[in-house]
Design a protein around this ligand. Structure first.
Ligand SMILES: Nc1ncnc2c1ncn2[C@@H]1O[C@H](COP(=O)(O)OP(=O)(O)OP(=O)(O)O)[C@@H](O)[C@H]1O
Length: 221
Protein backbone atom coordinates (compact mmCIF):
# COMPACT_ATOMS: atom_id res chain seq x y z
CA UNK A 1 0.00 0.00 0.00
CA UNK A 2 1.64 3.24 -1.09
CA UNK A 3 0.75 6.86 -0.66
CA UNK A 4 -1.29 8.37 -3.51
CA UNK A 5 -2.34 11.73 -2.09
CA UNK A 6 -0.73 13.57 0.76
CA UNK A 7 -2.28 16.83 1.93
CA UNK A 8 -0.33 18.56 4.67
CA UNK A 9 -1.15 21.70 6.69
CA UNK A 10 -3.32 23.13 3.91
CA UNK A 11 -5.17 26.44 4.22
CA UNK A 12 -7.00 27.80 1.19
CA UNK A 13 -8.47 31.25 0.64
CA UNK A 14 -11.20 32.09 -1.89
CA UNK A 15 -12.55 35.62 -2.36
CA UNK A 16 -10.67 36.71 0.78
CA UNK A 17 -12.22 33.98 2.93
CA UNK A 18 -10.47 30.99 4.45
CA UNK A 19 -12.48 28.03 3.10
CA UNK A 20 -10.02 25.28 4.11
CA UNK A 21 -8.04 25.33 7.33
CA UNK A 22 -5.21 23.07 8.44
CA UNK A 23 -6.21 20.11 6.28
CA UNK A 24 -4.31 16.85 6.84
CA UNK A 25 -5.24 13.91 4.63
CA UNK A 26 -3.52 10.80 3.33
CA UNK A 27 -5.03 8.61 0.61
CA UNK A 28 -3.40 5.25 -0.12
CA UNK A 29 -3.36 3.05 -3.20
CA UNK A 30 -5.60 0.01 -2.91
CA UNK A 31 -7.95 1.85 -0.58
CA UNK A 32 -11.13 3.89 -0.65
CA UNK A 33 -11.03 7.05 1.43
CA UNK A 34 -14.36 8.72 2.07
CA UNK A 35 -15.13 12.28 3.06
CA UNK A 36 -18.51 13.06 4.49
CA UNK A 37 -19.76 16.58 5.11
CA UNK A 38 -22.71 18.88 4.74
CA UNK A 39 -23.23 21.22 1.77
CA UNK A 40 -20.69 24.00 1.92
CA UNK A 41 -18.34 22.18 4.30
CA UNK A 42 -15.42 22.36 1.82
CA UNK A 43 -15.37 18.96 0.11
CA UNK A 44 -15.42 20.28 -3.46
CA UNK A 45 -12.83 22.96 -2.77
CA UNK A 46 -10.50 20.35 -1.26
CA UNK A 47 -11.03 18.04 -4.26
CA UNK A 48 -10.36 20.93 -6.66
CA UNK A 49 -7.13 21.70 -4.82
CA UNK A 50 -6.08 18.03 -5.12
CA UNK A 51 -6.91 18.19 -8.86
CA UNK A 52 -4.66 21.25 -9.26
CA UNK A 53 -7.38 23.88 -9.75
CA UNK A 54 -6.98 25.91 -6.53
CA UNK A 55 -3.62 26.72 -4.99
CA UNK A 56 -3.41 26.51 -1.19
CA UNK A 57 -2.28 29.62 0.67
CA UNK A 58 -0.36 27.37 3.06
CA UNK A 59 0.79 23.75 3.10
CA UNK A 60 1.54 21.14 0.44
CA UNK A 61 -0.37 18.70 -1.75
CA UNK A 62 1.43 15.73 -3.25
CA UNK A 63 -0.11 13.33 -5.76
CA UNK A 64 1.89 10.16 -6.43
CA UNK A 65 4.83 11.78 -4.63
CA UNK A 66 4.87 14.94 -6.75
CA UNK A 67 4.24 18.33 -5.16
CA UNK A 68 1.50 19.80 -7.38
CA UNK A 69 2.08 23.43 -6.71
CA UNK A 70 5.87 23.21 -6.91
CA UNK A 71 5.54 21.57 -10.28
CA UNK A 72 2.70 23.95 -11.20
CA UNK A 73 0.90 21.32 -13.19
CA UNK A 74 -2.11 19.06 -13.09
CA UNK A 75 -1.54 15.71 -11.41
CA UNK A 76 -0.58 12.80 -13.64
CA UNK A 77 -2.18 9.37 -13.72
CA UNK A 78 -5.21 10.99 -12.16
CA UNK A 79 -8.94 11.01 -12.92
CA UNK A 80 -11.61 13.15 -11.35
CA UNK A 81 -15.29 13.90 -11.29
CA UNK A 82 -15.90 17.25 -9.65
CA UNK A 83 -19.30 18.92 -9.90
CA UNK A 84 -20.89 18.64 -13.35
CA UNK A 85 -18.42 17.88 -16.13
CA UNK A 86 -19.04 20.10 -19.15
CA UNK A 87 -20.13 17.61 -21.81
CA UNK A 88 -21.14 18.75 -25.28
CA UNK A 89 -24.94 18.26 -25.22
CA UNK A 90 -25.46 17.57 -28.93
CA UNK A 91 -22.71 14.96 -29.12
CA UNK A 92 -23.15 11.38 -28.00
CA UNK A 93 -21.73 9.97 -24.79
CA UNK A 94 -19.18 8.05 -26.83
CA UNK A 95 -18.13 11.12 -28.86
CA UNK A 96 -17.72 13.19 -25.67
CA UNK A 97 -15.43 10.55 -24.17
CA UNK A 98 -13.53 10.17 -27.45
CA UNK A 99 -12.85 13.93 -27.59
CA UNK A 100 -11.44 13.79 -24.06
CA UNK A 101 -9.44 10.62 -24.77
CA UNK A 102 -7.90 12.26 -27.84
CA UNK A 103 -6.16 14.82 -25.61
CA UNK A 104 -3.78 12.24 -24.13
CA UNK A 105 -4.19 9.52 -26.76
CA UNK A 106 -3.67 6.80 -24.14
CA UNK A 107 -6.83 4.90 -25.03
CA UNK A 108 -9.04 4.24 -28.07
CA UNK A 109 -12.50 3.01 -28.98
CA UNK A 110 -12.16 -0.36 -27.28
CA UNK A 111 -11.30 1.03 -23.84
CA UNK A 112 -13.99 3.73 -24.13
CA UNK A 113 -16.65 1.13 -24.97
CA UNK A 114 -15.46 -1.09 -22.09
CA UNK A 115 -15.76 1.84 -19.69
CA UNK A 116 -19.22 2.78 -20.98
CA UNK A 117 -20.31 -0.79 -20.36
CA UNK A 118 -18.74 -0.79 -16.86
CA UNK A 119 -20.74 2.30 -15.85
CA UNK A 120 -23.96 0.87 -17.30
CA UNK A 121 -24.24 3.06 -20.40
CA UNK A 122 -23.98 0.24 -22.91
CA UNK A 123 -26.64 0.83 -25.55
CA UNK A 124 -26.82 4.57 -24.81
CA UNK A 125 -23.39 5.41 -26.22
CA UNK A 126 -24.77 6.92 -29.45
CA UNK A 127 -27.48 9.04 -27.82
CA UNK A 128 -26.82 12.79 -27.58
CA UNK A 129 -25.92 13.75 -24.00
CA UNK A 130 -28.80 16.26 -23.92
CA UNK A 131 -31.13 13.24 -23.93
CA UNK A 132 -29.36 11.62 -20.98
CA UNK A 133 -31.06 11.60 -17.58
CA UNK A 134 -29.25 13.13 -14.59
CA UNK A 135 -28.16 9.65 -13.52
CA UNK A 136 -26.85 8.84 -17.00
CA UNK A 137 -24.83 12.09 -17.06
CA UNK A 138 -23.41 11.14 -13.66
CA UNK A 139 -22.42 7.71 -15.03
CA UNK A 140 -20.78 9.42 -18.01
CA UNK A 141 -18.90 11.69 -15.58
CA UNK A 142 -17.61 8.63 -13.73
CA UNK A 143 -16.65 7.06 -17.08
CA UNK A 144 -14.50 10.07 -18.06
CA UNK A 145 -12.79 9.94 -14.66
CA UNK A 146 -11.83 6.27 -14.87
CA UNK A 147 -11.50 5.49 -18.60
CA UNK A 148 -7.73 6.01 -18.78
CA UNK A 149 -7.21 3.68 -15.85
CA UNK A 150 -5.63 6.27 -13.54
CA UNK A 151 -3.98 5.20 -10.29
CA UNK A 152 -5.61 8.04 -8.34
CA UNK A 153 -9.35 8.69 -8.72
CA UNK A 154 -11.22 11.54 -7.07
CA UNK A 155 -15.04 11.40 -7.20
CA UNK A 156 -16.96 14.30 -5.68
CA UNK A 157 -20.49 13.18 -4.79
CA UNK A 158 -20.47 10.31 -7.34
CA UNK A 159 -23.90 9.06 -6.23
CA UNK A 160 -25.60 12.43 -6.81
CA UNK A 161 -28.70 12.04 -8.95
CA UNK A 162 -28.56 8.25 -8.97
CA UNK A 163 -31.38 5.91 -8.04
CA UNK A 164 -30.93 2.88 -5.75
CA UNK A 165 -29.55 0.72 -8.56
CA UNK A 166 -27.22 3.53 -9.64
CA UNK A 167 -25.84 3.88 -6.11
CA UNK A 168 -25.28 0.11 -6.00
CA UNK A 169 -23.54 0.18 -9.41
CA UNK A 170 -21.24 3.05 -8.34
CA UNK A 171 -20.37 1.17 -5.16
CA UNK A 172 -19.39 -1.88 -7.23
CA UNK A 173 -17.30 0.23 -9.63
CA UNK A 174 -15.47 1.87 -6.70
CA UNK A 175 -14.69 -1.51 -5.12
CA UNK A 176 -13.46 -2.86 -8.46
CA UNK A 177 -11.13 0.15 -8.90
CA UNK A 178 -9.80 -0.44 -5.39
CA UNK A 179 -9.21 -4.14 -6.09
CA UNK A 180 -7.20 -3.13 -9.15
CA UNK A 181 -4.97 -1.11 -6.82
CA UNK A 182 -6.24 2.42 -7.41
CA UNK A 183 -6.50 5.02 -4.69
CA UNK A 184 -10.08 6.24 -4.62
CA UNK A 185 -11.16 9.41 -2.82
CA UNK A 186 -14.91 9.98 -2.67
CA UNK A 187 -17.20 12.47 -1.01
CA UNK A 188 -20.85 12.53 -0.11
CA UNK A 189 -23.22 14.35 2.19
CA UNK A 190 -24.87 10.95 2.78
CA UNK A 191 -22.96 9.11 5.50
CA UNK A 192 -24.27 5.71 4.43
CA UNK A 193 -22.84 6.06 0.90
CA UNK A 194 -19.40 6.70 2.38
CA UNK A 195 -19.51 4.08 5.12
CA UNK A 196 -20.46 1.25 2.77
CA UNK A 197 -17.33 1.47 0.62
CA UNK A 198 -14.65 3.34 2.55
CA UNK A 199 -11.64 1.89 4.36
CA UNK A 200 -10.96 5.23 5.95
CA UNK A 201 -13.48 7.98 6.72
CA UNK A 202 -13.01 11.70 7.30
CA UNK A 203 -15.55 14.39 8.07
CA UNK A 204 -15.47 17.98 6.87
CA UNK A 205 -17.19 20.80 8.69
CA UNK A 206 -16.71 24.52 8.11
CA UNK A 207 -13.45 23.98 6.17
CA UNK A 208 -11.95 21.70 8.84
CA UNK A 209 -11.32 17.98 8.51
CA UNK A 210 -11.35 15.29 11.17
CA UNK A 211 -10.55 11.61 11.03
CA UNK A 212 -13.63 9.54 11.83
CA UNK A 213 -12.82 5.91 11.18
CA UNK A 214 -9.94 3.77 10.00
CA UNK A 215 -11.14 0.26 9.16
CA UNK A 216 -7.74 -1.07 8.10
CA UNK A 217 -5.69 0.27 10.97
CA UNK A 218 -3.01 2.18 9.12
CA UNK A 219 -1.52 5.32 10.63
CA UNK A 220 -3.26 8.52 9.61
CA UNK A 221 -3.64 11.93 11.13
N1 LIG B 1 -15.17 30.08 -6.11
C1 LIG B 1 -15.47 30.36 -4.85
N2 LIG B 1 -15.31 31.62 -4.35
C2 LIG B 1 -15.61 31.88 -3.07
N3 LIG B 1 -16.07 30.99 -2.18
C3 LIG B 1 -16.24 29.74 -2.61
C4 LIG B 1 -15.97 29.35 -3.97
N4 LIG B 1 -16.23 28.02 -4.10
C5 LIG B 1 -16.67 27.60 -2.89
N5 LIG B 1 -16.68 28.63 -2.00
C6 LIG B 1 -17.07 28.53 -0.58
O1 LIG B 1 -16.27 27.54 0.04
C7 LIG B 1 -17.05 26.81 1.00
C8 LIG B 1 -16.94 25.33 0.70
O2 LIG B 1 -17.61 25.05 -0.54
P1 LIG B 1 -17.61 23.61 -1.22
O3 LIG B 1 -18.20 23.78 -2.59
O4 LIG B 1 -16.28 23.02 -1.11
O5 LIG B 1 -18.62 22.82 -0.31
P2 LIG B 1 -19.05 21.30 -0.40
O6 LIG B 1 -18.73 20.66 0.91
O7 LIG B 1 -18.48 20.68 -1.61
O8 LIG B 1 -20.60 21.42 -0.55
P3 LIG B 1 -21.59 20.81 -1.66
O9 LIG B 1 -21.92 19.46 -1.16
O10 LIG B 1 -22.75 21.76 -1.61
O11 LIG B 1 -20.90 20.84 -2.98
C9 LIG B 1 -18.47 27.37 0.93
O12 LIG B 1 -18.62 28.29 1.98
C10 LIG B 1 -18.52 28.06 -0.40
O13 LIG B 1 -19.39 29.17 -0.35
Amino acid sequence: MSEAVNVRDVDLMLSGQKVLEDIQLTVNHGQVTGIVGRNGSGKSVLFKAIAGFYQPSRGTIEVNGIDLYQKKNFPENFGCLIENPGFLPRDSGYKNLKLLADIQKKIGKEEIMQTLSLVGLEGAENKPVKRYSLGMKQRLGIAQAIMENPSVIVLDEPTNGLDKQGVKDVREIILKLKEEGAAVLISSHIEEDIDEVSDDVFEMDGGHISHVEDKVGHPNT
